[in-house]
Design a protein around this ligand. Structure first.
Ligand code: ADP
Ligand code: MG
Length: 238
């Protein structure tokens, strides 16, 4: 388990400041939801933490260690994207083990880890299939298996369920939450769906136009909104 600390973290694209001085510490083992309307900067913030986007100013620490300049592979994290980002020409098994080839594991160790992750996600029967031969829900499970197989203590998810229908989304919410608890992951979970955040998270950070509106437990945002933006965002239907 690892903590993540942001101090005055900011990001500009050219003249446009899209993340404005964010201060927060995400505790080790916490399920932390990052919510806000489309375009408010959620993906940018997640990508900065992952090392996929440079940090304009401020400091990022992972488990107390300054991480601004660290390579993504040194950050002890895995990431799950909205569009799953599976390799279409590779089998499910290859997709899951792809991230392991830099870890100095033998082929047998890779296969064992892969089978275990596949079993956890209930996709053991599809190992020889290609992504196009799977349903949306099965593809999502492959993406989740690919993240957990790395055994990284931090997991970043960017709207992972937004391509699924409502029923499957509800099922996957609880599965992801169980997985996070079981593995003791430090989770940053991006969603624009406040119901998802309210039902899954230990704490929520609500962003608007790159600025933090409130950070707190779901019920605190609901019962004690810091401003009218928080009240209307948390109180409105998805
Ligand atoms: P969200 O994930 O909350 O929908 P994003 O982080 O994707 O929001 O985007 C935040 C803002 O930054 C948006 O105004 C978006 O247009 C802008 N943005 C994101 N990526 C880039 C980029 N590579 N270049 C310029 N502007 C960008
Ligand atoms: Mg986004």
């Amino acid at each position: 388990m690892k903590s993540i600390q942001l101090q005055q973290l900011a990001k500009s694209f050219g003249e446009t400041e899209v993340i404005r001085g964010i201060d927060v510490t995400i505790e080790a083992g916490e399920f932390f939801a990052l919510v806000g309307p489309s375009g408010c900067g959620k993906s940018t913030m997640l990508r900065m933490i992952a090392g996929l986007e440079s940090i304009t100013s401020g400091t990022l620490r992972i488990d107390g260690v300054a991480a601004n300049g660290m390579k993504p592979s040194e950050r002890h994290l895995s990431m799950v994207f909205q569009n799953y980002a599976l390799y279409p020409h590779m089998t499910v098994e290859k997709n899951i083990t792809f991230g392991l080839h830099t870890k100095g594991l033998t082929k047998l160790e890779q296969r064992e880890r892969c089978l275990q992750a596949a079993e956890t996600l209930g996709i053991s029967d599809y190992m020889k299939r290609k992504p196009r031969e799977l349903s949306g829900g099965q593809r999502q499970r492959v993406a989740l298996a690919r993240a957990i197989v790395t055994e990284a203590p931090i997991c970043l998810m960017d709207e992972p369920l937004s391509n699924l229908d409502a029923k499957l989304r509800a099922k996957m919410r609880s599965e992801i939450r169980q997985l996070q608890r079981k593995l003791g992951l430090t989770m940053i979970y991006v969603t624009h769906d406040q119901v998802e955040a309210m039902t899954m998270a230990d704490r929520i950070m609500l962003l608007n136009e790159g600025e933090v509106q409130q950070v707190g437990k779901p019920l605190d945002l609901y019962n004690k909104p810091a401003n009218t933006f928080v009240a209307s965002f948390i109180g409105s239907p998805p």
